[in-house]
Ligand binder design. Structure first.
Ligand SMILES: Cc1ncc(COP(=O)(O)O)c(C=O)c1O
Length: 396
C-alpha cells in the first residue's frame, strides 16, 4: 500500500478508496491508464458542468487577466453585477455575504442567526450534513458529527418532518426547549448526500407559522439543492417557505473555484447598517469565484439549459421506474437531477469503476446527480449500466 504525503478525506488512510486521475474531459475523469470515468454524481455534487466547460473556464481566464485578487473592501463592477444576478436568481430582496465553501456559508449563517436573535439554540434534522467545520458539524446529524466535541448543547434534533407532517411534534419540542432560547432552525431543503428527502408541503407550511409564532429564523442549506439541481433555481422554490438565510456553495461555480455565499433578508441586512457584521474572510468575494458564478447563472437561466435539463430528467425518471423493480433495491427517490437509490446491501465501488462509472456510494445508497452538460443519450446508457450492475447483484 503506497503511503501518500497527503490525507484522503473521511476515511482510515489504509482503507481509502482512490481513483488515479491523469486529467479530465467533459463529464469524465481520465485515469492514468487512459480509461474514462463518467462522473455520475458530479464528483461531490458540485461538478454540474463537467470538467472542461468552456464558458466557466473562459470567465475565470478573463478574470485572471484583469483582477485576479481583491481586497474584501474592494468595490468593482463584477462584484455588484454578479451579486445582482444572484439576487435575481433567489428572487427575494436581501443581501449576499460571500464565502469559499458550504461549511463556511453555514458557519456564517449560524453566527448571524445568533447575533441577530441574541439566542443560541439551533434546531436541526438528525438526517443531515451541513459541513465539516465545528459549527456546521454541531448541527450535522450524520456520523461525521461524532468524536469532534462540538457544542452539542446548542443543537436540538427535531422529529423527522416525514414522520411529523403537520409539525405537531416540532411545536411540542419548541415548547419543551423554550422559544426564548431558539435562534433558528437549519435544514437542507432537500437532504442531499443523506438520501434525497425533503419534507411534506404541510410541514413547510406549518414551519412558516411556527416561525412567526415563536420568532426564530429559518436557515436553508441549499449547498446541494441550489443552482438548478432540483429543477428550480433553488430547492425552496418548490415550496412556500419564507427563509431568513440561504446557504450556497458547490454548483455556484460548478466546482471550478472554491466559493460559497449566503443570502439574508433585507430585515437582517438593515440591522447591519449600524451593527458591526463581525464576519469576514481573506478571500471574501473572490473575483475568480464571482466570475465563475456569473457564468453559471447565465447558463442555468438560458432556454437551452431548461430544454436539456428536462430531457435529462426524463431519463432519470425512466431509470427510477426500472430500478424500483429490482429486488436489490428498496427505494428510489428523485427530484430534478438528484436521485437516491437505496439498496439492500452495500454496493461495491469497484463494480462501478469497472463499468467506467464514478458514483457516490453512501452506506447502502447510491446518490446520482449527473452533470447538466451530459447528453440525454449518454445519461441513458450510463443508467443502463447502473441497472445492469444492480441486476447482476439481483441474480447472484
Ligand atoms: C448540504 C450540505 N451542506 C454543506 C456542505 C459543506 O460544503 P463544503 O464541503 O463545501 O464545506 C455539504 C457538503 O457536502 C452539503 O452536502
Amino acid at each position: 500500500m503506497k503511503n501518500y504525503p497527503f490525507y484522503l478525506t473521511w476515511t482510515a488512510q489504509n482503507n481509502a478508496l482512490k481513483i488515479d486521475i491523469k486529467g479530465s474531459k467533459g463529464p469524465c475523469y481520465i485515469t492514468n491508464d487512459g480509461r474514462k470515468l463518467y462522473d455520475l454524481s458530479s464528483t461531490s455534487y458540485q461538478a454540474a458542468f463537467g470538467h472542461s466547460y468552456k464558458p466557466i473556464k473562459d470567465a475565470i481566464k478573463k478574470q485572471l487577466n484583469t483582477l485576479p485578487i481583491s481586497s474584501p473592501k474592494g468595490i468593482f463592477d463584477l462584484k455588484e453585477d454578479a451579486t445582482k444576478k444572484l439576487l435575481s436568481l433567489i428572487n427575494l430582496p436581501g443581501k449576499i455575504f460571500y464565502t469559499t465553501s458550504g461549511a463556511e456559508s453555514v458557519e456564517n449563517a449560524l453566527k448571524i442567526a445568533r447575533q441577530i436573535t441574541g439566542k443560541n439554540i439551533v434546531l436541526a434534522r438528525e438526517n443531515s450534513y451541513h459541513g465539516a467545520t465545528l459549527g456546521a458539524l454541531s448541527i450535522t446529524g450524520d456520523w461525521r458529527n461524532k468524536d469532534h466535541q462540538t457544542v452539542s448543547k446548542w443543537t436540538k434534533r427535531i422529529p423527522d418532518p416525514i414522520d411529523d407532517p403537520k409539525a405537531i411534534a416540532l411545536e411540542k419540542l419548541i415548547l419543551k426547549v423554550g422559544a426564548e432560547k431558539i435562534a433558528a432552525i437549519c435544514l437542507e431543503t432537500f437532504v442531499g448526500g443523506n438520501g434525497v428527502f425533503s419534507a411534506p408541503k404541510s410541514w413547510w407550511n406549518a414551519l412558516n407559522k411556527l416561525k412567526k409564532k415563536y420568532n426564530f429564523l429559518i436557515i436553508l442549506d441549499e449547498v446541494v439543492s441550489g443552482f438548478g439541481r432540483t429543477g428550480k433555481a433553488f430547492g425552496f422554490q418548490h415550496f412556500s417557505i419564507r427563509p431568513d438565510i440561504i446557504c450556497m456553495a458547490k454548483i455556484i461555480t460548478g466546482g471550478y473555484i472554491p466559493f460559497g455565499a449566503l443570502w439574508t433578508t433585507k430585515k437582517i441586512s438593515k440591522v447591519y447598517d449600524t451593527k458591526v457584521l463581525s464576519c469576514g474572510l481573506t478571500n471574501y468575494a473572490h473575483p475568480l469565484g464571482l466570475a465563475a458564478m456569473s457564468a453559471v447563472i447565465d447558463d442555468i437561466t438560458s432556454d437551452q439549459f431548461k430544454i436539456n435539463f428536462s430531457n435529462l430528467e426524463l431519463k432519470l425518471i425512466e431509470a427510477k421506474d426500472k430500478l424500483s423493480q429490482l429486488s436489490t433495491v428498496s427505494d428510489v427517490r428523485q427530484v430534478g437531477l438528484l436521485m437516491a437509490v437505496d439498496l439492500k446491501t452495500k454496493p461495491a465501488f469497484e463494480k462501478f469503476i469497472e463499468q467506467e462509472i464514478l458514483v457516490a456510494i453512501v452506506g447502502q445508497r447510491l446518490i446520482i446527480a449527473p452533470p447538466y452538460t451530459m447528453t440525454p443519450a449518454k445519461l441513458k446508457s450510463l443508467l443502463n449500466r447502473v441497472y445492469n450492475i444492480l441486476k447482476e447483484k439481483d441474480e447472484n
